[in-house]
Design a protein around this ligand. Structure first.
Ligand SMILES: CC(=O)N[C@@H](CC(=O)O)C(=O)O
Ligand SMILES: [Zn+2]
Length: 313
């Protein structure tokens, strides 16, 4: 019914970020490619800016120089007086906020896609930070349909403690794109092509939305971030077990009470002792050893998405 349609502002300004982490190669290569020739990302009703977020980390092929850029977009950092004593990524966050934000203001870019790779066997995953952004929910619904039969999962991170201040959070609508498995510093053609295809569908969606198309109400399956699980550790804080072979590479598959979770170096199995099934993801992500995270558990949910169209005035 058209009376239930949410009329939303047009989304003419879009950015595609790569190299938020300097060793996640697919996004870095795609963004560099589109910077040289933007024919693939050009649409008549969308202006799309490809952008390398952490050029010094890209140069070094490291996740970051001083601190993780994808945690740096806090109100505190962004309001810090500029100065060259600040950590490189804090300076960079302030610059990115100037160009694509300011975060939370009407001047901010409409949509930012931030391209990441994971060493986990997650496949293609869209990361959302809000369950009430119906523009983003309609977009991920569109992308999932367009990608089928290839799967595209949706990870929803609005957990008050586990949420972090991402680079993409300067936009009005922020979307993370995480594709794996791909080792750090490595390009895999299948991963690169999946990422490229998702960006294509996303831009097609925005083009259609900006052209005035109405998107009917729908439902979308998401996996909501529930808990961070660290590796077992000894008294000195060193890791004392590895991800169990039965869990390794089983991202998005149910983990039930008493299922194997870790394997100690002397071959003992540590089982999951939670109450019900959870869906682990980011299993054995290389970048998360420093964050004390072996995997994150999620709960499966279906969200109802409102019908949307561009407001016409
Ligand atoms: C492996 C990796 O870098 N993942 C991203 C996820 C995200 O963009 O939310 C991060 O931790 O920043
Ligand atoms: Zn990343």
């Amino acid at each position: 019914m058209s009376s239930d349609v949410c009329c939303l502002a047009e989304a003419p300004r879009v950015a595609i970020f790569g190299g938020t982490h300097g060793n996640e190669m697919s996004g870095i290569m795609l963004v560099s490619m589109w910077t040289k020739n933007d024919s693939e990302i050009r649409r008549s009703r969308v202006h799309t800016e490809p952008f390398i977020c952490n050029p010094r980390a890209v140069e070094k092929c490291a996740r970051y120089i001083d601190t993780d850029l994808n945690r740096a977009f806090t109100a505190e950092n962004l309001s810090m007086p500029a100065g060259d004593k600040l950590p490189y990524e804090v300076q960079r966050a302030k610059e990115i906020n100037q160009i694509f934000g300011p975060k939370g203001s009407p001047d901010a870019y409409d949509v930012i896609f931030d391209l990441h790779n994971t060493t986990s066997n997650m496949g293609s995953t869209l990361i959302l930070e809000s369950s009430t952004d119906h523009f983003n929910l309609q977009m991920v619904h569109y992308i999932k349909k367009a990608m089928a039969p290839e799967s595209c999962m949706v990870l929803l991170n609005e957990h008050p403690q586990l949420k972090y201040a991402t680079t993409r959070s300067v936009a009005k609508h922020s979307v993370g794109l995480e594709v794996g498995p791909q080792p750090q510093g490595v390009l895999r053609s299948n991963i690169f092509e999946s990422m490229r295809m998702i960006v294509k569908h996303a831009l097609d969606f925005i083009e259609m939305f900006n052209s005035g198309m109405e998107f009917p109400a729908c439902r979308v399956e998401v996996f909501r971030v529930h808990e961070r699980v660290d590796y077992p550790r000894d008294a000195n804080g060193n890791i004392s077990a590895m991800v169990h072979p039965h869990l390794q590479d089983c991202d998005w598959e149910p983990l039930n009470p008493s299922d194997p979770m870790f394997q100690t170096f002397d071959g003992r199995t540590i089982v999951y002792e939670g109450a019900g099934p959870v869906y682990p993801t980011f299993i054995n992500e290389a970048a998360y050893y420093e964050k004390h995270q072996a995997f994150v558990t999620t709960c499966r949910e279906t969200l109802s998405v409102n019908s949307i169209r561009k407001n016409t005035k």
